[in-house]
Design a protein around this ligand. Structure first.
Ligand code: ADP
Ligand code: MG
Length: 681
């Protein structure tokens, strides 16, 4: 029997060339090879009929190659194979299909007339013929005896260069027979009733598709368990470590409340109370403030920071961008200076103290992420607020909060994410939710428009400007691009200058230098600029309540979360707001996506739709979550499975908080976050 940790190089059933090929794919042991799970299955007990028409999903057909040749079309070279129906099923349409592979002339050595093949791909139309471009294919060999390649549900693996599908399948089959089942067990078994060896057999060579799902759930649960074990362990460490007691004095907070011209929302008050309770505990706070754009997170941050300052500590706020840091700095000065609080700005481009006339170290420090890494020595940091807005991954956050003497940490995130993802990405944090919009906000309407007349759009923009409002005109690109057929902000700016000659039009995008960007934003804030032609640089956090109109061009190019963020820039004032989504209407997927924006402005609903439409892999990807290497991201949509993993992890950490006792074997599953730069600062 072969133990799972056997080096493949020591396996005589592999050729040296194969060992090398597998190694290039990161597979070095027998166990790792078995862990190379099928990406899909083909039910080769029954093939699809040859298609009568192009279109539709991918099909799996069996046929006979009747002709092949290398061809040229325009400037491209391709290998073409004409395949005729060999299924024995009555033909639905023309009984041949054309397969094409571009720039792969060597296929002539692999695929020739007279061979029987299995093809998998999407039939489409090419000049009246039904073609499949780049189908996956497998040549049927004349096996004697029962085959693992035919008459069954057959695994199809992600390609490993140098190992054909058939060979890979044979290797897996062989390994399943030969591997020592005992060597496949893990330090912790998430499901002792379902042996891993059995799960491997069922995932590679299932008798039914249901079996593969059961097996995948098991492996997903293993993966989730590791994730949750890390999260729960980190949380336990934070709870054990020393923090300081803040928030006993509330003089500044009271003065702050008295100066506010409005009442805080119930949700804001509740969140501040939750923060206050955390600050008063001797253990460090580790809290997530989740609230839709415009829900008033800044005031919760300000109140929290005042509580720290009142106890004699410094409080820092880190913003994801320069623009936001500058904006927070202004807001904080506006509200905190009257209370005699010393506010400072620390960014790569600008360092400023508001308190030239007030002596002493800054009490509140606003900065960009550079604050984390630069030599800003905090005298006495008690609280860090991270305005995360999804620009900040778990890794950095891990660094920040994982240090010897910890400041309290409040992480703010503007894009609501589905609960499943919260549990995964922010599972080590306590959560406060701002689910109430501040009073006195105007209505917001969102309209999806397919290629409307430019004159109508211009007229509408003018009508709003004449009411004294301001507008954002958003474009996906900074400059024209040959590759992408979308409008650019730079080109559109010239056009809008002409269309709106009576008004002040500004241009802002990521390639403008930070100082100028800030001055443009300032002029927009002050109402000197009426219309801002922009890219997504305005996406995060920008707050101009008088701006009530946003037109998003090529809106199909933006993701739902991003559109939601963008739209959050308007609807902040008392006036009715309009978000107009322009699109070419060409893609039904895009129309479905955009319709979600029309239907709801609830960030949680939008996040769930986003997850449904794009799948968690992509959603996680754009959040730079550091979870990119999950093998089973689809299961993130499965709350029950995640809860199960959480419960298992909770039980283990409760019994053995630092994994030094009976669960010592689990410690290798813990990923220590990278060293923390602040600790040494
Ligand atoms: P977020 O950071 O959650 O997007 P902000 O804190 O920037 O939201 O607040 C958005 C706008 O709402 C700001 O103009 C702010 O002054 C205002 N605001 C915040 N809280 C309230 C409230 N309780 N009542 C009225 N206006 C509020
Ligand atoms: Mg904000």
């Amino acid at each position: 029997m072969i133990p799972a940790d056997t080096e493949l190089a020591a396996c005589d059933f592999l050729k040296p060339k194969e060992v090398l090929a597998l190694s290039s794919a990161g597979i070095n042991t027998a166990g790792e090879l078995l862990d190379w799970l099928p990406k899909r299955y083909e039910d080769r007990r029954r093939f699809d009929a040859f298609p009568a028409a192009p279109g539709g999903p991918a099909i799996c057909i069996r046929g006979l190659v009747v002709d092949t040749r290398n061809r040229f079309g325009g400037r491209v070279r391709f290998y073409e194979a004409i395949v005729s129906d060999a299924s024995g099923e009555p033909a639905l349409g023309p009984a041949t299909i054309t397969c094409r592979w571009f720039n792969m002339p060597f296929l002539s050595k692999v695929l020739a007339a007279g061979q029987e093949v299995i093809l998998h791909g999407k039939p489409k139309d090419f000049q009246g013929r039904i073609v499949i471009d780049h189908p996956e294919f497998e040549v049927i060999k004349d096996d004697s005896g029962p085959s693992i390649h035919l008459e069954r549900i057959v695994p199809v693996y992600r390609n490993i260069s140098g190992i054909p599908q058939r060979r890979l399948r044979e290797l897996q089959y062989f390994l399943l027979e030969e591997i020592d089942p005992a060597s496949l067990t893990l330090p912790f078994d998430v499901d002792p009733t379902y042996p891993r060896h059995e799960a491997f057999r069922e995932v590679h060579f299932p008798d039914s598709i249901e079996q593969t799902e059961a097996a995948r759930r098991r492996f997903a649960l293993e993966e989730f368990f590791t994730l949750q074990l890390n999260v729960v362990w980190r949380r336990a460490r934070i709870l054990q470590s020393n923090g300081r007691v803040l928030g006993k004095k509330t003089t500044l907070l009271k003065a702050f409340y008295e100066n506010l011209p409005f009442d805080l929302t119930g949700a804001q008050k509740r969140s501040i109370k939750e923060v206050l309770a955390d600050l008063r505990e001797p253990r460090p706070m580790n809290r997530l403030l989740q609230g839709d754009v415009g829900s008033g997170k800044t005031f919760v941050a300000m109140a929290s920071m005042l509580l720290a300052v009142d106890s004699g500590a410094q409080a820092a706020l880190m913003a994801p961008t320069q623009i936001l840091a500058e904006q927070h700095y202004l807001t904080f000065r506006q509200w905190l200076e009257p209370l005699g609080v010393r506010v400072a700005l620390r960014t790569a481009n600008r360092q400023e103290n508001s308190h030239i006339e007030l002596d002493g170290e800054p009490q509140v420090i606003i900065g960009t992420h550079a604050l984390l890494y630069d030599s800003v020595a905090f005298e006495d940091l008690g609280l860090i607020v991270i305005d995360e807005q999804h620009k900040f991954g778990v890794i950095q956050r891990g660094r920040l909060i994982d240090q010897g003497t910890r400041p309290d940490v409040l992480v703010m995130t503007a894009t609501p994410i589905p609960r499943t993802l919260t549990m995964t990405i922010y599972g080590d944090l306590d959560v406060s939710i701002l689910d109430e919009r501040p009073a006195g906000r105007g209505k917001m309407v969102t309209g999806l428009r397919v290629k409307p007349k430019q004159t109508d759009l211009t007229k509408f923009v003018k009508s709003q400007l004449d009411e004294g409002r301001q507008a954002y005109l958003v474009y996906p690109l900074v400059e024209e691009s040959d590759k992408l057929k979308a409008e650019s902000a730079t080109a559109a700016y010239e056009k809008w200058l002409k269309r709106l000659s009576k008004y002040e039009v500004g241009l802002i995008h990521g390639k403008i230098d930070p100082e100028e960007k800030e001055s443009i934003m300032q002029r927009f804030r002050d109402g000197e600029i009426d219309v801002l032609v922009a890219t997504t640089v305005i996406e995060v956090g920008v707050d101009v309540p008088n701006a009530n109109l946003m037109i998003i061009h090529n809106s199909e190019r933006f993701g739902l979360a991003q559109l939601h963020q963008l739209r959050g820039r308007i609807g902040r004032g008392e006036h009715k707001s309009y978000c107009i989504l322009l699109t070419d209407g060409k893609s039904t997927d895009a129309m479905e996506k955009l319709a979600v924006m029309e239907k709801t402005s609830d960030g949680f609903l939008i996040a769930e739709e986003d997850l449904r439409l794009r799948g968690p892999g992509d959603v996680l990807g754009t959040m730079q979550s550091g979870l990119g290497d999950l093998r089973f991201p689809d299961f993130l949509a499965d709350t029950a499975l995640l809860r199960e993993a959480r419960t298992l992890a909770d039980e283990i950490i409760a019994a053995d908080p630092d994994l030094s006792g009976p669960h010592k074997t689990l410690f290798p599953l813990i990923h220590e976050p990278p060293a923390d730069p602040i600790a040494s600062a």
